[in-house]
Design a protein around this ligand. Structure first.
Ligand code: HEM
Length: 464
C-alpha cells in the first residue's frame, strides 16, 4: 500500500509548484467509462491530480484511498470550511462559475468545521433520526409503487429518470413537509444546480422555495424534519434552517438516485435474478455494499482545503487554500483493483463511499433503507425485469464534481397498476402558486396527485 504524503508547514521551498498541466474534469460529450478517463489521469499525474474544474477554476483531485481517508481525518491540516478557498477569497472566481453553488461558503454542516460543525450536524441528525425506519420504509414503498404504476403497463421504462431520480425526491419532500407546489419548484431548481444550468438563478429559486416552507412551518408546525429543525435546541435562525435543509436535500437526492441506479444494474447482472429467483434481504444488502465499493454514488465531492502548503513529492505542492476534491469513486475503484486478492477473501464495508472523518455521511442507514426498498419493490412488481441495452451502450456525463448516468432503459412483462385511482394518503395538496415562479404547471387530470407530480418530474428531469 502507498504511503500518505505528509503535509508540512509553509516554507519558501514548499511554495514552488511545478508547472505541470492540469487534467480537465469537465467533458462536453457523455463518456462510456468514467474509470477509464480517471485511470488515464492517474497514469499521467499520479494519484493526487492537478485539475481544472471548469475554465478558470483550479484545484486537485485525490484518487488514493489511504490519502483520502488520512486527509479527511486530519482536521488540523485540512478543513471543509469554504472560507479557506484562496482563489474565491481573492476574487479570482467568476460570479457565474457553475461550481459556485456547490463550493462557495455557506452556513451549513458540510462547509464548516469544529464547534460550528457540531452544532449543525447535531440538529440534522436529531431531526432526521426522529423519522424512524418503519415510517421511512412505508413512505418509500408507497412512492415506489406509485411511480411503478406510472410505467408498469408499458413493459419498458427508463429506470433512472422515471424511478431512481424520482423516488428520493418524493420521499424527502414528504418527510420534510413540502407541499406539492414547493416540492416541484424546489426539485426543478435542484436538478438545474446538479447539471450546472443557470446556477445562480437555480440556487436563488431553491432558497426561495425553502424559505416559504420555513415560514409555513412557523405558522403551522408539523410532524416533519423542517419543523424539528426549527424547534431544535441548537436554536438555528431561519437562515440556518434553510441552509441545513438545502444541504440535506441536495446530499440526499442525487446520491441516493445514483445508488438505486447502480443497484438496479448490479442486481440485474446476477444470474439468479435473471432466472427469476428474487434475492433475499441479505443478498440485496450485500449487493448494495458491493455497489458502494465498485461504483460509489458521490464521485468527486465534497472539497477539503489545506490550511498550510502540502508537498506531494516530485517538486509538486498543493498550496494552502486550494480546493482538493475527494475522489471517492476513483479511490474505491483503484484500491479494489490494487488489493483485489485480499479484499476478495473478506467481505467488508471499508469503502469510502460515505466519506471519512467528522463529516462522514450521517444518513447511511436512511440511504441504504431507501435503496433496498426501491430495489425490492421494483423486482417484486416487474417480473422479467432486464436492462434493455448492452452495458457498453450506457453513458455518463462527467462534470467536475460528479458523474451522472444518462439513462437506464429496462424491459419487463407488462403489469397492471396497483392503484389506478388516487393514491390514498398522498401528502401533496394544492397550494396557491407563487407569483414569481416560472415553473410549468402539471396538467390537472382525473389521475392521482402522485401521478401528475411524477409525470411532471419525469419531464422535468428529461428537460422536455
Ligand atoms: C447513497 C446515498 C448517499 C451517499 C453515498 C452519501 C455520501 C455522503 C458523503 C460522501 C458525504 C461527505 C462525507 C465527507 O465529507 O467525508 C456526505 C455528507 C452528508 N450526507 Fe450523505 N450520502 C447519501 C445519502 C444521504 C442522505 C439520504 C442524506 C439525508 C437524508 C444525507 C445527508 C448528508 C449530510 C447532511 C451530510 C453532511 C454531513 C456533515 O458535514 O457533517 N446523505 N454524504
Amino acid at each position: 500500500m502507498r504511503t500518505t504524503p505528509q503535509p508540512v508547514p509553509r516554507t519558501p521551498e514548499a511554495l514552488v509548484t511545478s508547472g505541470c498541466p492540469r487534467a480537465k474534469l469537465h467533458h462536453d460529450e457523455p463518456q462510456a467509462d468514467p474509470y477509464d478517463v480517471y485511470a488515464r489521469m492517474r497514469a499521467e499525474h499520479g494519484p493526487v491530480i492537478p485539475v481544472e474544474l471548469e475554465p478558470g477554476v483550479h484545484g486537485w483531485l485525490v484518487t488514493d484511498y489511504t490519502t483520502l481517508i488520512s486527509w479527511s481525518r486530519d482536521t488540523t491540516t485540512f478543513g471543509h470550511d469554504a472560507r479557506l478557498w484562496k482563489d474565491f477569497r481573492e476574487g479570482r472566481i467568476d460570479a457565474d462559475a457553475a461550481v459556485l453553488p456547490m463550493m462557495a461558503p455557506r452556513a451549513n454542516a458540510l462547509f464548516v468545521d469544529g464547534a460550528e460543525h457540531q452544532r449543525y450536524r447535531r440538529a440534522i441528525t436529531d431531526s432526521l433520526g426522529a423519522v424512524g425506519s418503519d415510517r421511512l420504509t412505508e413512505v418509500t414503498e408507497r412512492y415506489a409503487n406509485g411511480l411503478i404504476d406510472e410505467f408498469c403497463e408499458r413493459g419498458q421504462a427508463d429506470v433512472l429518470n422515471e424511478y431512481a431520480r424520482m423516488l428520493p425526491l418524493l420521499v424527502i419532500n414528504e418527510l420534510f413537509g413540502f407541499d406539492r407546489d414547493q416540492g416541484v419548484r424546489f426539485v426543478e431548481a435542484m436538478r438545474n444546480l446538479w447539471l450546472g444550468v443557470d446556477a445562480e438563478k437555480s440556487n436563488a429559486e431553491a432558497e426561495r422555495a425553502l424559505s416559504e416552507v420555513v415560514t409555513a412551518k412557523h405558522r403551522e408546525p408539523g410532524d416533519d424534519v423542517t419543523t424539528r429543525l426549527i424547534q431544535h435546541r441548537a436554536a438555528l435562525s431561519d437562515e440556518e434552517v434553510i441552509m441545513q435543509l438545502l444541504l440535506v436535500v441536495a446530499a440526499a437526492n442525487e446520491p441516493t438516485a445514483n445508488l438505486i441506479n447502480a443497484g438496479v444494474r448490479e442486481v440485474l447482472a446476477d444470474p439468479n435474478v435473471a432466472e427469476g429467483r428474487a434475492p433475499s434481504p441479505t443478498a440485496l444488502a450485500d449487493i448494495v455494499d458491493r455497489v458502494l465499493w465498485q461504483d460509489p454514488p458521490i464521485t468527486n465531492y465534497p472539497v477539503l482545503y489545506p490550511r498550510v502548503d502540502v508537498p506531494l513529492g516530485g517538486g509538486r505542492t498543493i498550496e494552502a487554500g486550494s480546493p482538493i476534491l475527494l475522489g471517492f469513486a476513483a479511490s474505491n475503484r483503484f484500491f479494489l483493483e490494487e488489493n483485489a486478492e485480499q479484499l476478495a477473501e473478506s467481505r467488508n464495508r471499508a469503502h469510502v463511499a460515505w466519506g471519512a472523518g467528522p463529516h462522514r455521511c450521517p444518513a447511511r442507514e436512511e440511504a441504504t433503507t431507501m435503496t433496498i426498498v426501491a430495489l425490492r419493490t421494483l423486482l417484486e412488481r416487474l417480473p422479467g425485469l432486464r436492462v434493455a441495452v448492452p452495458p457498453e451502450d450506457l453513458r455518463w456525463h462527467l462534470s467536475a464534481l460528479s458523474w451522472i448516468p444518462v439513462t437506464l432503459p429496462v424491459q419487463f412483462s407488462p403489469q397492471s397498476p396497483l392503484t389506478p385511482t388516487p393514491v390514498e394518503g398522498t401528502p401533496w395538496t394544492a397550494s396557491d402558486s407563487h407569483p414569481e415562479t416560472s415553473v410549468r404547471r402539471a396538467p390537472t387530470s382525473g389521475k392521482s396527485p402522485l401521478s401528475s407530480l411524477s409525470n411532471f418530474l419525469v419531464r422535468l428531469m428529461r428537460g422536455s
